[in-house]
Design a protein around this ligand. Structure first.
Ligand code: FE
Length: 351
């Protein structure tokens, strides 16, 4: 292992630094290179849409622990998926890391990811948080639930996503735009639970209850609840977590939705090995490591999310929110029903 790390340090100065937008996890310490010719350096290439500060420290730890270098390119998920498709069997990428099952599903549908048969991954990642053919695996769990302002809402009034369609919320609800995949996945799951007709009533009710035009981000939505523009909204919990990390008395409060029915809508950030990976076994090794007990706590905590690995406990401030019932519906459904969800939201005028 030490030989590989040392060799990488040398290579990074030359071949490894060629692409401007490609970054490497640096070996942590300088060591004298012993017989470097004894083995080839191993490098796994990753396309990642996860913010670099959330993932890079983990790549560095992976390199320290395994001797395998990580070279990664960061871009948004649409660009990375197009790039993989265009590169086809010439892609340098072994692994795609992105957020939302809707995006992972799309990459799988386009034939860009390959099924992985891994006892380690099957043990670390619950089946509902993987692709149907094990072509992608959730690595952190994100919950999309409700937030409210305690001055204007009694939590006893809150119950379900469906209930936010009730006329008593008229002029009190804030939503993020329907163009965000997070809401497409949420509505896809509502269709799965209730069918199209009932879901159309629910989403149409939301639109009637809107206090203002949908927001471009969950953070703006939370700030609107704080400012009194609306009383309640639907967001991914880590956005509230960021506010709470800055101000422990932040006045907007989390409510776990649907605890007596379908459970909170959850999603993942996740990864898959690319179909034309030059080094699929290294790609698999990296994903197995990210899903392992060793890495899961940090992977989730850096973004105030939850581990997917059920043997690892949530860490940091998200523990304050306590345990919650989650929707156990396979996340691949969010992808399968995505187009339907987009059409439905369009029909009822949810922009
Ligand atoms: Fe996000």
């Amino acid at each position: 292992m030490k030989k590989l790390i040392a060799l990488c340090a040398v290579l990074m100065l030359t071949a490894c630094g060629q692409q401007a937008d490609t970054q490497s996890s640096a070996p942590s310490e300088t060591e004298t290179a012993p017989n470097a010719s004894a083995s080839e350096p191993q490098t796994v290439v990753v396309y990642s849409s996860r913010q670099p500060h959330l993932i890079e420290p983990l790549f560095e730890r992976f390199t320290e622990e395994t001797g395998i270098r990580v070279e990664f390119s960061n871009d948004n998920e649409a660009a990375l998926i197009e790039r993989l498709a265009a590169e086809d069997d010439n892609t340098p990428a072994d692994v795609l890391i992105t957020v939302d099952a809707g995006n992972l599903w799309q990459a799988g549908e386009r034939g860009l990811l390959q099924p992985i048969d891994s006892a380690a991954l099957n043990g670390s990642v619950p089946a509902s948080l993987r692709g149907t053919d094990n072509e992608w695996f959730g690595l952190s769990l994100r919950a999309r639930s409700m937030v409210y302002h305690p001055d204007r809402v009694d939590p006893a009034e809150l119950s379900t996503y469906e209930d936010l369609a009730d006329p008593r919320w008229e002029g009190r609800l804030c939503l993020r735009t329907s163009r965000k995949v997070y809401n497409q996945s949420l509505v896809a799951m509502l269709i799965e639970h209730h069918g199209t007709e009932r879901t159309e009533e629910i989403v149409s009710g939301w639109v009637s209850n809107l206090a203002t035009t949908p927001f471009s981000s969950d953070t703006l939505l939370i700030e609107a609840v704080e400012a009194g523009q609306c009383d309640v909204g639907i967001v991914n919990t880590y956005y509230l977590g960021r506010k709470m990390a800055d101000d422990e008395n932040y006045p907007v409060i989390l409510f776990w939705a649907n605890q007596d029915s379908t459970g909170v809508h959850v999603n993942v950030s996740g990864a898959g090995v690319t179909t034309h990976a030059p080094n699929p076994e290294l790609g698999q090794t990296l994903i197995e490591w990210l899903a392992s007990d060793t890495a899961q706590g940090e992977f989730a905590e850096r973004n105030l999310e939850f581990p997917v690995n059920p043997t690892v406990e949530a860490q940091g401030l998200v523990r304050k929110w306590g345990a919650f019932e989650q929707d156990q519906t396979p996340l691949s459904i969010a992808g399968q029903r995505q187009a339907e969800a987009v059409r439905l939201m369009d029909r009822v005028g949810y922009r």
